[in-house]
Write a protein that binds this ligand. Structure first.
Ligand SMILES: *Cc1c(COP(=O)(O)O)cnc(C)c1O
Length: 394
């Protein structure tokens, strides 16, 4: 085959491999659950964002099957052209009610929800104030909008205020932040951010991907956690994490939701969630509304993991949520730790630069409501064994 100028790709791929930054993706041969089958072997799953253990729940599976029988599989075309199913409308209404928001619109994913929203709200004469650690989908959405992006120091309200004061404009202004920051598990001070937005006339937007189904009463999310109902203009969420399926949403001001149905490009130019996904998300919403038991189990599991890991002498960082980072320092050590955990039957990913700063490599332990106490004990015993092997635990 002629080269066509792509030889650099092979060189770049080799460079990634040499630097230990090449993504090797495990092949899973089972449902996403507390345990998964990898290469024919059962492994304890500490990797998934399946917070509530709904990804393989019988009620979601049944709902998805029933939806296939009634609506088939594919949506046929985008909703503005081929219409939308009654299921999609039902999900949007249920989500708005669950989140105590004026209205809700769904998207194919949390990523596309951000891509739809930010460019629909601000453009080239406008300003965006963005937390420096915001998720990649917010960063890309900001770039697509062509607004000027002004980054403020992570969770630093004084810096946010100073940046707003230093950048007067006649254009529109948007403040955007992750709700829960996924690598450290810390929470944005949304109450203070909203107060700044109200005092300065900026739009406020939070991406609550890791708070959806986790924070607030019964998992209603970060707006509920801070009792800010009706005061946050845009609440982006995902159904790809705690809701156990796949999909994105925007809840908030009715006029913004209506505007996104007219001007959100991923809504206008990309087909909708499939019927089985939507039905599974409806069932997840119903289950969350019925009981907060799964949310409570998630938090008590995480508390147990954190306290036992700390007793062994591990540093579990600054997390205020069920995300449990085990701080290890250098990337090669984190990779070796993860490799040994896997050999001991525990699937837990090492995370290094550029996802986290150099020297702050870690293993991020993601438990779920599907993990039993015995499961957690299996995982903790593996951490203790490997910590001892590597001379980190007394
Ligand atoms: C996971 C995540 C997303 C992407 O959600 P998907 O539904 O998987 O596309 C967006 N924003 C944040 C903050 C996330 O953590």
């Amino acid at each position: 085959m002629p080269d066509n100028g792509v030889a650099w790709l092979d060189e770049e791929l080799d460079r990634l491999k040499e630097a230990g930054l090449y993504n090797t993706i495990r092949t899973i041969g089972s449902p996403m659950d507390a345990w998964v089958v990898i290469d024919g072997q059962r492994k304890l799953n500490f990797c998934a964002n399946n917070y509530l253990g709904l990804a393989n729940h019988p009620r979601l599976r049944e709902a998805a099957k029933a939806a296939i029988d009634r609506f088939g599989i594919g949506p046929g075309a985008v909703r503005t052209i081929a219409g939308t199913t009654s299921l999609h409308i039902e999900l949007e209404e249920k989500l708005a009610a669950f989140k105590k928001a004026e209205a809700c619109i769904t998207f194919q994913s949390g990523f596309t929800a951000n891509l739809a929203t930010i460019p629909a709200l601000v453009g080239k004469d406008d300003l965006i104030f963005s937390d420096e650690l915001n998720h990649a989908s917010i960063i890309d959405a900001c770039r697509l909008s062509r607004a000027q992006v002004i980054r403020y120091a992570h969770n630093d309200i004084a810096d946010l205020r100073a940046k707003i004061a230093a950048n007067p404009t006649t254009g529109r202004r948007l403040i955007v932040t992750d709700g829960v920051f996924s690598m450290d598990g810390d929470i944005a001070p949304l109450d203070e951010i909203v107060a700044v937005a109200e005092a300065t006339g900026c739009l406020s937007m939070v991406d609550d991907a890791h708070g959806e189904g986790v924070l607030g009463e019964g998992g209603r999310g970060i707006v509920d956690h801070f009792h800010l109902h009706g005061r946050v203009d845009v609440e982006v969420g995902t159904m790809s994490k705690a809701f156990g399926a796949v999909g994105g949403m925007v809840a908030g001001r009715r006029s913004i939701v209506e505007w996104l149905r007219q001007r959100g490009r991923p809504f206008l130019f990309s087909s909708a969630m499939t019927a089985p996904d939507v039905a599974a998300c409806i069932e997840a919403t119903v289950m969350l509304q019925e009981s907060s038991e799964r949310v409570e189990r998630l938090w008590s599991n995480a508390a147990l993991l954190k306290s036992e890991l700390q007793k062994m002498g591990f540093d579990t960082g600054l997390s205020r949520t069920p995300i449990v980072p085990v701080m290890l320092g250098e990337a090669p050590l984190a990779q070796e730790f993860s490799r040994r955990l896997f050999a001991a039957g525990v699937f837990a990913m090492a995370i290094g630069f550029p996802t986290v700063p150099t020297g702050k490599a870690r293993i991020r332990v993601m438990n779920s409501a599907a993990h039993s106490q015995e499961d957690l004990e299996v995982g903790l015993a593996a951490f203790e064994k490997i910590g001892r092997e590597l001379g980190m635990v007394g």
